[in-house]
Design a protein around this ligand. Structure first.
Ligand code: NZQ
Ligand code: ZN
Length: 382
């Protein structure tokens, strides 16, 4: 397929890179510093950021939730407008960085309630510039154009894309990961791993460069994810942080079929039951792969052989073994692989209703995962 790649995010990678803010943020800027529940204030990241912004006027807005909430960002937009800020700096994980990008878009639109326009794809031509200081590798949000935002009022969790809001710069300092809990590290690895699979496990096309790079990312996450949670260390933090960024910066998905159905079903589970993003993926993906095993057989078999060293020559058997290995990996990373493990009073109808309201009723690379298919996948994942 034809594709265009334009990823202009200036990435500063490595321990101690937060000090690059001095160079990245022009002196006398008016910066809105956006952050989450306050972890940056107890782990020293806030102090490093403020040192890097010493020549700027800083307005703070804290309290962005994990799975960021639109109604909170409406308040942040009012603060950004009152203070006439000229840069939004998100310091946190995917939630805060998604929020920073969405906020930049909201402020530029001028309306107090731009959700309907944004959901309809009506974007401003330009937005305020965004910068990111990443503290949790998982989403790739720091150099992509997507924000996943939840509206409490509308009971919806939706992905939005705005190329103009792609961060102008992103600081990836692996030392910030030292204060992450084991569960957050596990989540990050599993999220990044599924990002690669959603762009890779589709119909085979002649894309050996994409496939080779995807397989490298999967092997790196499979090797270094367990090391990260068991022993930590600079090498594990560096390898996982870089792999998670590369998994969803647009490169491996450019011009090839993609299947984001696990993510869309997962977003619905989070919207309805408030489950961590990665744990929705680990419960859905194995069953979705089994449901689509025939259609995805060639890539599943290839994935099994290249990533999990499966020697089976029969593609159907190799594909099933690859799914079993994926389940085993998710378990090794402490994540559930069945909905029953989440301990919820689960109703498939709630998920189907969310997908319907979100307009996500024709999922998958062939747009053939409809409501009855989702019901079947949920029953296999029960
Ligand atoms: O709120 P704070 O204090 O920042 O604490 C967070 C939060 O409680 C904490 N945390 C982050 N860095 C930390 C830290 N705690 C201690 N030390 C640190 N260094 O971790 C918790 C979870 O953070 P969150 O940002 O929610 O996690 P994640 O990065 O996994 O982001 C998840 C969100 O990203 C969306 C998800 O749907 C979800 O809303 N996604 C965004 C994507 C994108 N932009 O392309 C794609 C993804 O598939 C995903 O959908
Ligand atoms: Zn994800």
């Amino acid at each position: 397929m034809k594709f265009r790649i334009c990823n202009p995010t200036d990435i500063r990678f490595g321990n101690g890179q937060i000090e690059a803010l001095r160079e990245l943020v022009p002196p006398n800027s008016r910066v809105l510093l956006l952050y989450g529940g306050g972890s940056i204030k107890s782990n020293g990241i806030y102090d490093q950021v403020m040192a890097g912004l010493k020549d700027s006027k800083v307005v703070e807005f804290g309290g962005v939730e994990p799975n960021p909430v639109y109604e909170t960002l409406q308040k942040a937009a009012a603060v950004a407008r009152e203070n006439n800020v000229d840069l939004i700096l998100g310091v946190g994980g995917g939630s805060v960085i998604d929020a920073a990008k969405f906020l930049a878009t909201m402020v530029s639109l001028g309306s107090d309630d731009p959700w309907p326009d944004l959901a309809a794809g009506k974007l401003p031509a330009t937005t305020l510039p965004v910068g990111a200081v990443l503290t949790l590798p998982a989403t790739g949000s720091e150099s992509n154009a997507v924000s996943v935002i939840s509206s409490r009022e509308r009971k919806l969790k939706l992905p939005f894309r705005n190329e103009a809001a792609r961060p102008a710069f992103a600081i990836l300092d692996p030392s910030t990961m030292q204060s992450l809990s084991r569960q957050q590290l596990e989540n990050g690895v599993v999220d990044a791993f599924t990002h690669v699979l959603e762009q890779y496990l589709t119909s085979p096309v002649n894309a050996p460069i994409h496939y080779g790079y995807s397989e490298t990312l999967l092997r790196v996450l499979a090797e270094w994810g367990p090391k990260l949670v068991e022993t930590g260390g600079d090498e594990a933090r560096e390898n996982v942080m870089w792999a998670a960024n590369q998994a969803l910066n647009g490169l491996i998905g450019a011009g090839v079929p993609q299947d984001w159905s696990t993510h869309m079903i997962g977003h619905a589970i989070t919207a309805v039951y408030n489950v961590d993003h990665a744990r929705t993926l680990s419960v859905i993906m194995p069953s979705l792969m089994r449901y689509k095993a025939a259609q995805k057989q060639a890539m599943l078999a290839r994935y099994g052989r290249t990533v999990w060293s499966i020697t089976e020559t029969d593609d159907a058997v190799a594909a099933e073994k690859a799914i079993e290995q994926t389940e085993q990996f998710f378990k090794t990373m402490g994540c559930p692989v069945r909905i029953s493990e989440l301990g919820l009073d689960f109703s498939p109808t709630d998920i189907l209703e969310h997908l319907e309201r979100a307009g996500q009723t024709a999922l998958g690379e062939n747009r053939d995962i409809d409501a009855p298919s989702v019901r079947q996948i949920l029953s296999m994942a029960a």
